[in-house]
Ligand binder design. Structure first.
Ligand code: PGA
Length: 258
């Protein structure tokens, strides 16, 4: 089975809605129709930009899926500052990042919270991009596989194999995020294969074959081709390099740099 790669731009806490409009328009000139036949593209701006990005994508029929970086798992209530999944669905958001390491490390998100969010996102007919990844200390102590296995199993607990088949898991070694240090293509492939094996063990071979697994952590135009052409890597979750149209488009066009 061939899995269509998903290249996602995680803007983190960058760009106001005017800057967002400019970047999306620049991106629309840099990305061609041929690109979108080969890869799916999602962009994940801050919440305050989503309506603007949705409007320009729909009115200009741009080939980008609108994404979000985070949401709450409850449908509504007294959760000051939070956003419900249904609010994102109403803005035609397709992909929502869950359990990014920055949310886990800075805001104390747990696997249980990630699990509740995955279920809430699916219930609202959006696709979770569930993140997992080990710290440098865990890697050096040879605990990376245990950590990833736990995050995948706990984060997806109680989700049906059919639903797992349709979602996205992002493997992002924490030591590679925003540091300019990328995992070698061999290491990234080995860990993404391990994620797939974990899914096979927990949800069966069909779910494992279908689930898309992204690599994230300092993906740039220079390393995108080598990473994206690994057999178990089905796209990228891109932070810093998604903030400029040219570099993000070159990652989307990774096949051209072969
Ligand atoms: P980076 O971020 O590409 O800037 O390393 C990746 C991520 O955090 O998703």
């Amino acid at each position: 089975m061939s899995r269509k790669p998903l290249i996602s731009g995680n803007w983190k806490m960058h760009l106001n809605h005017f800057e967002a409009l400019k970047l999306v328009q620049e991106l629309s000139y840099a990305v061609t129709i041929d690109d979108v036949e080969e890869v799916d593209i999602s962009i994940h701006p801050p919440f305050t930009d989503i309506r603007t990005v949705q409007t320009v994508c729909e009115s200009d029929r741009l080939p980008f899926h609108v994404g979000a970086q985070h949401c709450h798992f409850e449908a509504k209530g007294a959760f000051t500052g939070e956003i419900a999944p249904s609010m994102l669905a109403k803005l035609n958001v397709s992909y929502v990042i869950v359990g990014h390491s920055e949310r886990r490390e800075v805001f104390g998100e747990t696997d249980e919270m990630a699990n509740a969010k995955v279920k809430a996102i699916l219930a609202n007919e959006m696709i979770p991009i569930m993140c997992c990844g080990e710290t440098l200390e865990e890697r050096e102590a040879e605990q990376a596989e245990d950590k990833i296995s736990g995050q995948v199993r706990d984060g997806l607990a109680g989700v049906s194999p059919e639903q797992v088949a349709g979602l996205v898991i992002a493997y992002e070694p924490i030591w590679a995020i925003g540091t300019g240090k990328t995992a070698s293509a061999e290491d990234a492939q080995a860990m993404c294969a391990f994620v797939r094996a974990t899914v096979a063990d927990a949800f069966g071979a069909e779910a494992a074959e279908a689930v898309r697994i992204q690599y994230g952590g300092s993906v740039k135009p220079v390393n995108a081709n080598e990473l994206m052409t690994q057999p178990d890597i089905d796209g990228a979750l891109v932070g810093g390099a998604s903030l400029e149209a040219e570099s993000f488009a070159r990652i989307v066009q990774f096949r051209l740099s072969e």
